[in-house]
Write a protein that binds this ligand. Sequence first.
Ligand SMILES: Cc1cc2nc3c(=O)[nH]c(=O)nc-3n(C[C@H](O)[C@H](O)[C@H](O)COP(=O)(O)OP(=O)(O)OC[C@H]3O[C@@H](n4cnc5c(N)ncnc54)[C@H](O)[C@@H]3O)c2cc1C
Length: 377
Amino acid sequence: MPNIAIIGSGPAGCFLAEILALKLSDVQIDIYERLSHPFGLAVSGVAPDHLHTRKVTEQFERTLARDNVKLIVNTEVGSTISYSELKQHYDRVVFATGASEDRRLGIPGEHLTGVYGSGCFTRWYNSHPEHKDVQPLIGQRVGIIGNGNVALDIARVLAKTAQEHQASALSEPVRTHLAKSNISEIHIFGRRGPADASFSLPELTELGTLAQAEVQVSSDALIGIEAQNLPPSQKKMLQQLQQYAETPADASAAIQIQFHFYATPVAAIGTTQLEALEIRDSRLDNLDSSSLESLPLDSLQLDTLITAIGYYTPAIAGVPYDAERGRFAHNQGKIEPGVYCLGWCQRGPQGVIPTNRSEAMNLARQLIRELESQDVD
Ligand SMILES: Cc1cc2nc3c(=O)[nH]c(=O)nc-3n(C[C@H](O)[C@H](O)[C@H](O)COP(=O)(O)OP(=O)(O)OC[C@H]3O[C@@H](n4cnc5c(N)ncnc54)[C@H](O)[C@@H]3O)c2cc1C
């Protein structure tokens, strides 16, 4: 009976196993997972208050229960078992190891206490076994760098009241830690303008429904955007930002969530602990890029800074790696004969859970073709 090893039990690995197990009853599929539990970011990334999104794991559970699918936990490829061992034992090997490492901003002060990568921070509130003890310093003024849904998730999780978090999947220590925080300001920084933000409308809208938070957008940032050429989803996102900009300020809200567009972070300031973030108006960069140092800086007092600017895939000994892109080196998903990659370790940290399903479908078709024709290359 042919066998296939899938490395990683996140959405990409589980979708692939599901399709292969359905289409090929005479193939053994072994899924290797470095942690003691499966499902990757579907449980350690997806926000703890978005339980509807986590429901996909019920479908994955059914896949893992199939006779020809075996989950092998606590087994890290690259340490517990080597790449060459895998290649010897399996007809096909598929890496679906995600992109777990936080990209760094590369500015001074990133090492300060109070500065966290979003991967670390979201794994903490999702009780990932390697990050559950992080105990982040959450001060009164929080900054989040990034203009994607992860930044909005973090802002929402921090801004919700204990009451709003009642149904959230939070461990007791995380619940207590969040309830003890005394946040009054959350600042969300984006290097580019609102039209380039990759917020989804539901996440952006949800921010405005929170019990104790008020969302502020400076109308200046929205001037001059030619919305007619943008895709409908971007137009709707801009309309929501416009609505926030037009809503009169409510000083009584306990937490002010402020969007800062065209804000390039220049340095995190502090001696051992974060005290402020220096930012530059990125619209000025284009005017005279030869003398960036001489451009004026704004400084904003912050106690906590979370960088949500992307992730990279850690290399695995022997597996061809593209260091520039921070993912495995491949040609349309093929790493070498009989070896493939899928999901975030293939295309980088972009796309939602369903994106991995359509990619898994394409790879499954290819693997089925190959196994049926005994074609390796
Ligand atoms: C903070 C955050 C929030 C998100 N929220 C949403 C959301 O609300 N909705 C949505 O649709 N999408 C969301 N996404 C995106 C979604 O999580 C990804 O599209 C998806 O998880 C990528 O799947 P993957 O299988 O490629 O990687 P992962 O989910 O990261 O899975 C990789 C798996 O491989 C394992 N692994 C890694 N290295 C090894 C190794 N060497 N040996 C064995 N096992 C290994 C890991 O432990 C992990 O289980 C979010 C992402 C993040 C970061």
